[in-house]
Design a protein around this ligand. Structure first.
Ligand code: T46
Length: 134
């Protein structure tokens, strides 16, 4: 994986009742969380994303179901299958991201280090490629 994209595995506290995962600022998260949002009910065959962020750090977790996340940074493209609640995809800074193949039951939870800010988005792929090249 590239430096700006990496996988985090969370400890599962399991017993005969089932499983529990705790996410804590400063312990198993690499930044302090200011915002949480979740994507669900995505219609069949519909992709999302198609943008980069300039500064934002995020951890994406498929709490249920599965989704394929395509990332591009520094001219390198990668594909990540998220299909387990104990795995988070850390995406930091200037990374183009696309989400494809949401399963019908997919709940994609995203933890972010900043509040929603449209000016941090690059939604034009040509602009992204220019900034990624500098
Ligand atoms: C990302 C990927 C993984 C808000 O009002 N507040 C929010 O915090 C967010 C994330 C979105 N919105 C509004 C803005 C749009 O009117 O919700 C609508 C859908 O947002 P968007 O089209 O940006 O959603 P995705 O799924 O394409 O991208 C989202 C995040 O925006 C983005 O940061 O990395 O998920």
């Amino acid at each position: 994986m590239t430096a700006n994209v990496s996988l985090i595995r969370f400890q599962v506290h399991g017993d005969d009742r089932g499983s529990l995962i705790a996410l804590e600022n400063g312990h198993n998260l690499p930044f302090d969380v200011k915002r949480v949002y979740y994507i669900f009910g995505t219609k069949a065959g519909v992709p999302r994303g198609f943008h980069a962020h300039r500064q934002l750090k995020q951890v994406l977790v498929a709490m249920s179901g599965s989704v394929t996340v395509k990332t591009e940074h520094g001219g390198k493209t990668e594909t990540h299958l998220l299909n387990r609640p104990d795995e988070g995809l850390l995406i930091e800074g200037l990374v183009w991201r696309e989400m494809h193949d949401f399963s019908p039951d997919c709940v994609l939870t995203v933890l972010a280090d900043e509040y929603y800010n449209e000016s941090d988005y690059i939604r034009d792929y040509t602009v992204f490629k220019q900034e990624d090249a500098t």
